[in-house]
Ligand binder design. Structure first.
Ligand code: SF4
Ligand code: SF4
Length: 107
């Protein structure tokens, strides 16, 4: 159990772990080089380096703390086209949003 957005209490065991297990979520190749952060027009520092790591590690609370970054991403793929490891960054953000929309917001 954890405190969630708007003070609501969330019971979402392994939310992040479930997303990380999705076939289309490819983040494990990340080398933590920082290129994505450098080219992001939104200056989103947490994406994808830390956030995707949290997902892979199943750190649900830390993922949900970054909800603003997750939803402010423009899906512009500036990071993705420059990623030397071929991480599908925008698609990963989409998967994460889809999962949060369903499990946290009930959409
Ligand atoms: S550019 Fe790619 S390899 Fe580098 S930190 Fe970002 S996701 Fe990881
Ligand atoms: S897709 Fe998102 S994280 Fe990547 S550069 Fe664009 S706004 Fe930044």
């Amino acid at each position: 159990m954890s405190a969630g957005v708007n003070g609501a209490t969330l019971v979402r065991p392994a939310l992040a772990g479930r997303v990380g297990a999705l076939e289309e979520f490819n983040a494990s190749a990340c080398m933590n080089c920082g290129v994505c952060t450098a080219v992001c027009p939104m200056g989103i520092e947490v994406l994808p380096r830390r956030l995707f790591r949290y997902v892979l590690l199943g750190m649900e609370d830390q993922v949900l703390e970054q909800i603003e970054s997750i939803y402010s991403c423009l899906l512009c793929k500036m990071c993705e086209v420059n990623c030397p490891a071929g991480v599908h960054i925008a698609e990963n953000v989409r998967s994460l949003r889809h999962h949060i929309n369903r499990t946290v917001f009930g959409l």
